[in-house]
Every structure is written in C-alpha cells, then in structure tokens.
Design a protein around this ligand. Structure first.
Ligand code: ADP
Ligand code: MG
Length: 706
C-alpha cells in the first residue's frame, strides 16, 4: 500500500523510464512528484472501436482521427509564412494536415509517427484537409481506449510518453488506500479509489472513465470541504466570543427611524445574525445579496447590537472611496441616536460614528484613536487599515467586512488582538457580488451564509439596452435628454482604462467636455465630473450637487460603482461596456432604478468583441444578480471566482463548480459528517494525511492542533 503523501514525496526521476532530461521537461510542466504525474489526467480518450475513419469524414464536422504520418514537407508561402504539410493515412484514406507558423512540426511529425489529430474537416482541391489541428502523439498503443494527455510541445513531452510513465507509476505504486469510509462510498455510490485512479488513466470503457472521474472529482471537492469545515468547527470550538444581547431598544429605535420598513428577508437576516451574536462563540457569517437588496441596514443592525451592550462596531471597506461613502451613509442613518453615558447630566450622549482611512492624519487621527481606546467612538468605518497594530479598541464587538477580500487565519489572529481580552469579535462578511450557491460553498465554505433573496418593494427592473451601433447610441442620448427634461438625472460611465487612475481621470474629463460641447449629445445640460483623482472635498462637492439636483448628468469613472445612491437618477450610459465584466456591469447598473420611477441602462460598444455578445446579451436579458453570476461562472470558469480566496482550489483538477454542483453539495455533507464525528480525524489517518498535504504550516497547526 502506498499513500498519496508517500507518492508526493517520490520524485518522478525515480521512475525507470524517466531520465534526467525528461525529469527537467516534466518539471517545466509542473510535474515533479509521482503524485503530480498520477494527477496529470487525460484530457480526452480515443475510443478505437468507435473511431471515424478518414474516408468517412464529412466536410465541416469536427473530428478526431488516429493515423500514421506518411509524408512531411515544409515550405514558405508567398507572404513568407512557414507552412508545414503532413499527409496522414489510416488505412481508409489520406488526410492532408497543414500548419502555419509552426516549423517545428517537421521534427515532431516524422514519417511513421502515430498521431491523433483533432480539428475541423475542410475540403481543398477535392481533398480532405485540416488546418492547425490539435495534435497528440499517442504512440503505438494497444488498448482499446487510448488516453490523450495534455502534452507540452515546448518541453518536448508527448502524450504517449506521459502514458508510459503513468503506467509504470501505477504498476509500481501498488494499491493506494481509500480515504473515504465505506458507508459513505456506498451511500453515494462512489467507486473504489484505487480502481478509479487506474481507470481514469487506462479505462476499460468510456463509461468506466466517467465513473472514475466522478470518484476522483468527489475526492478533490471533499478535501477542500474538509479544510473549510474543519476551520469552521475549530473557530466555533476554540474561540471565545462575546455573548451579545438580543438587539434591544437601540436597534428598535434605529429600525423605527428608517424611512421604510424592513423587507422580510432583511428581518430574517437580522434575526439570524442576532442569534449568532448571542451565542458564546464568535459569529463568522456571510451575507449575500444582490445590488440594492439592502445589506447595509442589516450590517448596521449588527453593529448596533454590539454598541447596545457597551461594545464597539467596525465596518471595513475594500477602498477609501467606499469607506467614505459608507461613513456618510451610516452617519445619516444613525443621526439622532444616543447611547448611555456616565459623564453627562442626561446620562446619555450622541452615538459617535467615525471614519479611519490612510487619509486620516494629524490631530484628527490622534483624537480618533483616543476615542477608540476609551470607547467613546461607537462605530468605526474604515479600510482594512483598521486592523493595524496602532488601532486599539476599548472593546470591539462586531466587525462587518464589506466585499470579499482575503480574510484568513492571519486576519483572524489580528482580530483576536482587537477584541477585549482574548475574546474574538463577531464577524459578518458581505459580498457585493453574488456568486452561485455551490461556488459560495466552496469559496466561503468556512462561513455560515445568509442570502437576502428579496428586493425592497417598488423597484422596477432596469430596462437594459445594448446599443449596438450609432443609431441606438443616438436613441440613448435622446433618452438621457428626455429624462433630464422630466426633472430626472443620469450617469455616464467612462471606459475602463487599465493604465492609471490619472489617465482614467483625464479621459473622463475629456469625455465630459465632448458630451457637453456645442453640437455634442448632451449640449446645454449641466454636467458634473467624478473620478478617483479628486480630493475628498471635491468629491463631496460634486456628489452633493448631484444629490441636490444642481447637476443633470454625472460623468464618472467606475467610482460610481459602489455606494452611490441617488434615487432620482433614472438613466445610465456605460461606454465601452465590453471592457467590463458581468459582475461589474451589474454593479454599475445597480446605481439606477433605486427610486420608484422606471429606469434605463444603455450599454455601448462591443460589436467587434466576440465575448461581448454573451456578456452584454446576458445583461440585456436579466437583472437578477444570481442568475448573472451563473452565466459569469459559465463563461469565465471557476478560476476567477476561486482565485480570490482559496489556496486549496488549485487542487481542483477534475472537479468543476459549474458542472459538478451535486458533487459539491455531497462533499460538503460528507465533510460535516466526518468532522462532527471525529474533529481531528484520528480514525481517518489517510484522509487526514491527504488534507495536511494541501495546507500550509499555519493551517495545519490551526486545524489539527499539532
Ligand atoms: P446593497 O445591498 O447593494 O448594499 P443598500 O444597503 O445600499 O444595498 O440599499 C440600497 C438602497 O435601498 C438604499 O437606498 C437603501 O436605503 C434602500 N433600502 C434598503 N432597505 C430598504 C427597504 N426595506 N425598503 C426600501 N428601501 C430600502
Ligand atoms: Mg452595499
């Protein structure tokens, strides 16, 4: 029996058929251990019994054929491009394969070589042909099903070599034990793991390769879920939190002072959070909700529950702009509320909300720090600067983190320092961008989750139009002028420019001038300009004017993406919309449709960009953030979502959060069961060892207390 950790400790160079040169080439592909090699899975299979022969290939179809190289020649085209022509023969007919700008193909495809080519069948001068197909060197294999491995032309490693090395590794590894208890294997109808490892590399049938894949994908997801669930349970077990009150008079006064009543979803979220806050261990919860679903109110209720019990609350935003906006908004919401005080005649004082960013300096900063230390600042809004050492709270009770950013073991340690004594504050994480449920289970699987699945009443969905050409653009500008004439306001969002904020700012200024110039589309309207290069005071001035209706149109960079809340604004034009991702466009669009008037969003550009059709089209069709998140996941793959937070995610080689939703849910269920039965996995040494392999020293210590 060989365990996976043991295989991870054996270098590939220990395989007889891997020489030093091969070992170097494999290393260049990221394969250094035998385990790396065994998890370098085939990207597809060639079923010899059910294979197209060249004579049967129809023009226009995508096909995969196995054939032998008969002749290879190289020449230059009249334009001077390199052209390699290869004639393949499979016993039924010839196929001409041409490669442009790949002169090295002459060496790769020497006469007599067996290859699998995959590509689109064309006809040229009466002959079947493929141009620049995918080529795999499978060698002279005998099996019925031939695995086709990701190979590396650059490193000079061919699919058939990988197959040989894998075969040797499998032969010499002997059986590999199964880390999953049998009862779960039976219940989920999962194959034995050793069988699965063998079958994924050398399947008896295509069906067997699928069964094997399901088992191995499940294991990937299980390992990830085990880490997340163990982290969650460790926090619950080991960390001491504050037993907050049930959110009494202060929260009630806050709620009664709001100009609206809470939605059912908001009230349910507040109840759930309040229950967490009352519990003895610290809360660690994610609040998901679409743009405009009203997450801020829920967050503020949590902060006030801490304040009510004599503690402090902090809200961390990812950027200074957002922190400033939150600060302004929350101050308004909490205006007029007071807290008990021993030092005043009335025995109470106004509740104090403060802002801390890198811009807070000098005496203002020292006064603020003093207020945090003596407890007279009740609610602090800031960037994650507020987790630095210099910031000492008298008693930090609840922390709200707006938008996803890394919040791992180190940040929790920093938090512990901030709490009173060794007590850890309660943490609520809010996402600005909804993600699909199974993705959330994976990215935020160490958190409890609450979803605000309901919008405040009276919202009309924003009518979204992708303006595909100049005529539609003209119609969009006409709509802007029409709405302004009716007393309403608009945003124009300028193109996203990668270079720098400074260039972004100057191009926004140019765009404002162009739009407002005589003969320009927004001539005679009052145009304001908002970008990240303005000072806080300038920004406040512009936003104040816009809010007061002294400006008709706000020409802005993406700084309007977050927090900006002007219900009278009913139109948004997003220029070069194809430069933005789905989530960002959805966020931007969320700035309109916040009042009770119908609203419009016009997306410009993207005609020439192939991905634009899917993205901009999706925005036209849907205003539901969760639905769009599914589309986004579909289009961009999971890497982008996972990359944000999860190190272990690189372990997902077979599993896909998109296709394997059911497996994700199952893996999570199994993880909870196993961890709750056996928190340190003492009875599951194999699984424990495989998990240790994935995490770093800090995590290992944290999870296994070793
Ligand atoms: P987000 O979830 O995007 O952070 P916000 O908290 O900024 O949403 O709320 C969006 C807007 O909806 C704000 O103007 C807020 O005042 C308003 N709002 C929040 N809750 C309600 C409600 N229950 N009824 C009406 N309007 C609400
Ligand atoms: Mg918000």
């Amino acid at each position: 029996m060989t365990s996976l950790p043991a295989l991870a400790a054996i270098g590939v160079d220990r395989l007889k058929r891997v020489g030093p040169r091969h070992a170097g080439a494999l290393a260049a592909m990221g394969i250094t251990s035998v385990l790396d090699l065994l998890t370098h899975y085939p990207r597809r299979y060639l079923d010899r019994t059910n294979q197209a022969s060249i004579a049967d290939l129809a023009e226009g179809e995508e096909a995969m054929v196995l054939a032998t190289v008969r002749r290879t020649s190289a020449r230059r085209t009249r334009q001077g491009r390199s052209l390699v022509e290869v004639d393949l023969f499979d016993g039924s007919s010839y196929l001409r394969v041409t490669f442009f700008n790949q002169p090295w193909r002459t060496k790769q495809l020497a006469e007599g070589t067996s290859v699998v080519v995959f590509g689109k069948v064309e006809r040229y001068r009466g002959r079947r042909q493929m141009t620049n197909p995918v080529v795999d060197l499978v060698g002279d294999r005998t099996g019925r099903i031939v695995p086709v491995y990701p190979q590396s032309e650059k490193a000079g490693v061919a699919s058939w070599q990988v197959g040989d090395w894998v075969a040797e590794a499998l032969r010499r590894a002997g059986a590999i034990p199964d880390p999953l208890p049998e009862d779960w294997r039976d219940r989920l109808d999962l194959a034995d793991r050793w069988w699965a490892i063998q079958q994924i590399h050398a399947p008896d049938s295509l069906a067997a390769s699928q069964v094997a894949r399901r088992r191995l994908a499940f294991d990937e997801l299980l390992r990830l879920q085990m880490i997340l669930v163990m982290r969650k349970r460790t926090i619950e077990r080991e960390e001491t939190g504050i037993r907050h009150g049930s959110g009494g008079a202060l929260v009630a006064r806050f709620r009664d002072g709001l100009p609206f009543s809470l939605t059912k979803a908001q009230q349910a979220a507040i109840d759930e959070i309040t229950a967490d806050l009352q519990a003895p261990h610290p809360m660690h919860r994610l609040l998901q909700g679409d743009v405009g679903s009203g997450k801020t109110v829920v967050a503020v209720a949590a902060l006030l529950t801490a304040v009510e019990g004599g503690h402090q609350g902090a809200l961390m935003a990812p950027t200074e702009v957002l922190a400033e906006q939150h600060h302004a908004g929350i101050r308004v919401m909490l205006d007029g509320l007071s807290v008990p005080s021993e030092h005043t005649l009335l025995a109470e004082r106004p509740l104090r909300v403060a802002l801390l960013t890198n811009r807070t300096a000098g005496t203002e900063r020292s006064r603020l720090l003093a207020g945090l230390a003596d407890g007279t600042v009740d609610v602090l809004v800031g960037t994650h600067a507020l987790l630095t050492e210099a910031v000492a709270f008298q008693s930090l009770g609840v922390v709200v983190i707006d938008e996803q950013h890394r919040f791992g073991v180190e940040q929790r340690a920093a938090l512990r320092e901030k709490g009173p004594g060794q007590v850890v504050p309660d943490v609520l994480v809010m996402t600005a961008t909804p993600i699909p449920r199974t993705a959330a289970m994976t990215v935020y699987g160490d958190l409890d989750t609450t979803v605000l699945a309901e919008m405040p009443p009276g919202r009309t969905p924003v009518a979204t139009v992708w303006a595909r050409g100049p005529l539609e653009e003209a119609a969009a500008w006409a709509k802007v002028r029409g709405e302004v004439a009716a007393g309403r306001q608009a945003y124009v969002v300028c193109p996203l420019i990668e270079e720098s904020e400074r260039i972004q700012a100057s191009s926004a200024a140019e765009e404002r001038d162009r739009l407002g110039a005589p003969g320009g589309p927004l001539e005679d309207l009052r145009l304001g300009l908002l970008h990240g290069q303005l000072s806080a005071r300038e920004k406040d001035g512009v936003m104040g004017d816009f809010r007061a209706g002294a400006l008709d149109v706000l020409v802005a960079t993406t700084v309007v993406e977050v927090g900006v809340d002007v219900p009278n604004a009913t139109v948004m034009v997003i220029e070069d919309a194809d430069r933005f991702g789905i989530a960002q466009l959805h966020q931007l669009r969320g700035r309109v449709g916040r009042g009770d008037q119908p609203a419009w969003c016009y997306l410009f550009g993207g005609g020439a960009n192939p991905g634009a059709e899917q993205r901009l089209g999706a925005l036209e069709r849907s205003t539901d953030g969760f639905e769009l998140a599914e589309v986004d996941l579909e289009l961009r793959g999971e890497g982008t979502i996972l990359g944000v937070r999860q190190k272990g995610a690189t372990d997902l080689k077979l599993a896909s959060l998109r296709r394997d939703k059911e497996l994700v849910t199952q893996a999570r269920e199994v993880a909870f069961d196993l961890v709750d039965r056996d928190p340190f996995l003492e009875g599951l040494p194999e699984l424990a060892a495989e998990i240790r392999l994935l995490v770093d020293d800090d995590d290992r210590e944290f999870l296994f207390k070793s």
